[in-house]
Write a protein that binds this ligand. Structure first.
Ligand code: SF4
Length: 379
């Protein structure tokens, strides 16, 4: 069955089928296991227990208002210095245009994240939310990572809670999960020492959940981290989720080395991608959804991941810049027909969702929000 301690793996298998929580030691044993089908079968069992045969996607657009960033994370190919000719800041009309295009394309979500500009005031970031909500009031705004929230608090001299409240007042609907990278200090101190600490990242999401916002969470894998760091990362997320219940989706993000300061590291393999997806589903028993983000994984791996623990494939994603700058060779945009075809081919039933996991119904080019998805009983 597997090439490591088969007794331990058998005990893990029994726990999984009994819907019992896995320990750190269990997670490390899964990391040691190279039997991908064994891992996938267990992850698929959990995935089907939580989401049945459904696979979710949404119709969304990305906006990255600026790529100018005060930080210099080693893995980042997106950022630019203040005086870099590549640097840009989108103005009001560009942001409004993007929101209008999203509205015309029937998007239900705008995903907004970007660099931390040296000179822009906090009001720019609240204005971005106001511009898009005034242009397309029906669209849910999922914006700004915990790293951005901490930075806004610094430049605005406000508490992080006040920053979140200001953004909510501007129309923000939820938080994306970026900036988590790897929480363990042995790794975080090496790849992104300057930006928000692990404690701050978790505290921003804790605050957001207490204020009634939902959020996502991520993990950047396939660089200098070791199995222990990945398991530690998942456990920290699982503990916060036990406390708040505010995470909707976990998104394992494969590191893309091109154009970064870590470009000597090879890209994560397909084996690593599927194994990480499966282990995520098995360890994060209290997070309802696991996303195979096709922009990072490529469509082929994302499709297969729907049988390795993932129940969500993200969206149509127009104008994605961050991972394409880092060498992602996936297309800039997928149409709904293509997303659905890939899901159906994988033997799943495609369901369009909105950001907060309501089913979306489209009639004559208009969309409406239907029932809440994922009222599954979590282990
Ligand atoms: S990952 Fe984010 S914070 Fe880090 S350099 Fe890139 S844009 Fe800046």
């Amino acid at each position: 069955m597997a090439n490591v301690d088969t007794g331990h793996l058998k005990a893990i298998e029994e726990k999984v089928y009994a819907a019992e929580r896995l320990s750190v030691q269990d997670g490390l044993a899964l990391e040691d296991c190279r039997d991908l089908f064994f891992l996938g079968e267990m992850a698929n069992h959990v995935r089907e227990r939580l989401s049945g045969n459904f696979a979710y996607y949404n119709v969304n657009t990305h906006i990255n208002p600026t790529n100018v960033c005060v930080y210099k994370c080693d893995f980042c190919a997106f950022r630019a210095d203040l005086d870099d000719p590549r640097g840009y800041v989108m103005d009001e009309s560009q942001i409004r245009d993007r929101a209008r295009q999203a509205h015309e394309k029937g998007a239900t979500e705008l995903h907004i994240v970007g660099g931390l500009h040296h000179k822009l005031p906090f009001s720019y970031y609240t204005d971005v939310v106001r511009w898009v909500t005034s242009e397309a009031p029906e669209i849910h705004v999922k914006a700004y990572t915990a790293v951005e929230i901490e930075f806004f608090a610094k430049i605005a001299r406000k508490s992080m809670k006040e920053i979140i409240e200001d953004l909510m007042e501007s129309g923000l609907g939820s938080f994306p999960g970026g900036g988590a990278e790897i929480f363990h200090p042995e790794v975080r101190e090496k790849i992104c020492d300057a930006k928000a600490s692990t404690e701050t990242w978790l505290e921003v999401h804790r605050l957001a959940h207490k204020l009634g916002l939902k959020s996502n969470c991520t993990m950047l894998y396939g660089h200098i981290e070791k199995p222990l760091h990945r398991i530690d990362h998942m456990i920290r997320l699982r503990e916060l989720q036990d406390e708040t219940g505010g995470f909707q989706t976990f998104i394992p993000l494969a590191f893309h080395p091109d154009n970064s300061r870590m470009d000597e590291i090879p890209k994560a393999s397909g084996f690593m991608d599927l194994k990480t997806m499966a282990i995520s589903r098995l360890m994060l028993d209290n997070i309802p959804h696991i996303k195979a983000y096709w922009v990072m994984l490529g469509m082929k791996t994302a499709q297969v991941a729907l049988s390795f623990g993932a129940d969500d494939i993200d969206g149509t994603v127009v104008h994605e810049k961050i991972y394409h700058e880092a060498g992602s060779d996936s297309p800039q945009e997928m149409c709904v027909a293509d997303l659905e075809r890939l899901i159906i081919e994988a033997g799943r039933v495609p369901v369009e969702r909105d950001t907060l996991y309501h089913r979306i119904e489209r009639v004559d080019g208009r969309w409406s929000q239907r029932e809440k998805i994922g009222s599954v009983s979590l282990a």
